[in-house]
Ligand binder design. Sequence first.
Ligand code: SF4
Length: 221
Amino acid sequence: MKINEYVLEIKKRFMAEYGEAECSLNYENPLELLIATQLATQCTDARVNIVMKDLVKKYKTCEDYANADLQELMDDIHSTGFYRNKAKNIIGTCKILLEEYNGEVPSDMDALTRLPGVGRKIANLMRGDVFGIPGIVVDTHCTRLSARMGLTKEKEQTKIEKDLVKKIPKDYQTLFCHQLVEHGRKYCKAPTPKCEECCINDICKKRDVKTARTTKTEKAK
Ligand code: SF4
């Protein structure tokens, strides 16, 4: 099966299984998603959703975060881990948004990745979910599954992204990444995938299944 046929077959089956899968972080506006994605580093989305529930009641605007007391914000986000860096990054991000973007979240890749704590993974998620701009979100699920499914041989995040951007149709990229998260949680788990129950098990390349590395975060997700 050629790569484009393989991808289209995966899409057909994922659409039947997961449909219009969405981001599992809860948010009401672009700023909330940006804060949530920063908190989600090395933390489960479920934990972030719990923390965000209280956070959005206390910090309603970009100004609220930019002017936050560092220690107080650290306490507020403590349970997401790495709270010192995350609090510093959130305050730094919101100061830049206020000074340079009138308090709005920009859609430009360079502008997003200049924000503290924002790499291409977060930037692509923001661009896809908020602005409808196609892109591949190379998170832990995308890295593990795209290797197992034989969609890439690359190991580095930026190379995986470049490779998948070429292989996944533009208008399917954002949805595909959300479906990968669902598929990774349901069947293609780390460290042991449930291949016998998987909806693409007759076409999957099943590469790297035995050697897939598993991090603590992956286990928790
Ligand atoms: S067949 Fe196995 S390795 Fe392939 S996608 Fe399904 S669960 Fe993952």
